[in-house]
Design a protein around this ligand. Sequence first.
Ligand code: RIB
Length: 318
Amino acid sequence: MNNRITVIGSSNVDMIMQVPRLPQLGETVTNGRFLQTYGGKGANQAVAAARAGGNVTFVTCLGDDMFSRDIIANLKRDGIETDHVLIKKGVPTGTCLIMFDADGANYLAADPGANFALEVADVDRCTDLIASSAMLVVQMEIANATTQRALEIAAEKKVKTLVNFAPLQTTLLPVSPLMHGLIVNETEAERLTGLPVSTPEQAQRAARSLLNQGPAFVLVTLGSKGAWAVSSEVDERVPAFPAAAVDTTAAGDTFCGALAVALVEGKGLVEAAKFASAAAAIAVTRVGAQPSIPTRKEIDQFIPTGCESKPVVPSLPD
Ligand code: RIB
C-alpha cells in the first residue's frame, strides 16, 4: 500500500522564551527561560507525521547558514526523507520569536527568510514525488503561489491533499476543491467565512460554509473545546482530551501531522481527528515545537486512558 506523506512547507529556527507573564508594550519582563529549537509549521507537521508512524518526505527551503545542516540532521533523526530539502544562498533560514506565559498563551513573530525562496519551479521539480504520495500536506507559511502549484499538481495526479490554513497571510488563497481536507482554527475560520467562531455551534456553521467551497471535509479546531468535523457523511463535534497546557506552540501542527497519518492508515474522519487530538493533548504539556511532539507509542498509550496529560516543566518563579 502506498503510504507516503509528502509535506511541503516552512522550516524555522525557533527562539523561545518562557516568561512568568507576557510583557506590556514597551515593558521588559525578567526571569524568563530561553530555549532555541527547530520549528516552522511545515517541519513540525512533517515531524508530527513521522513520530506518529508516517512514511514522510519533506520539501522545504533553508538558508545557507549555520542552522541548515543541523535542521536536516534533526529531520533525518525522525526518519524523514530529506532529499528534497533545498539550501539557497543569500537568504537566512526562517526564524520565529516565541514568547509564552505561565498559562501557555503565546506571541509569535516570524521572519520567513528562505521559506519564501521555495518557488513554483522547485515544486514543479517535485511532481513525481507528489504523484507517488498517498497524501500531500501543506500550510500557509510559504509563498501562496508555491502552495497553490503544489495543490494543482496533486489534483492533476489525483493525490489527496490536507491543507492547514495557518498562518493567515495578508492575501489568502481561495478555499477550493483542490483542498481535499481543510483544517482551520477559530481565527482562520472567522477570516475565511466572515462568521463568528467561538462556540462549537458557530464552528459547525463555519465548517459547513467552508465545505460548500469545495473541500471533501473540514475540521474547525477549538483548542480545549475540541473540533467540529464535517463532510458529506459526518457532522459532529470531536471532543478534546483534557490537558494541563504548558505551551500550546505547535499543538495545531501536531494535530495536522497525526491526522495525516491516521487518514492514510484508513481511519475514518472522526477516529482520525480523535487520534490527532490525543497527539495535540500531549504536545501542549511540553515546551517548544518539535521537542513537544509525541511518538506513536505515546499517543497509543494515551488514548485508552483519556486521562489528563500532565505538564512536564516546572513553573517559573514569580
Ligand atoms: O505552529 C508553530 C510554529 O509556528 C513554530 O514552530 C514557529 O516556527 C512558527 O512557524
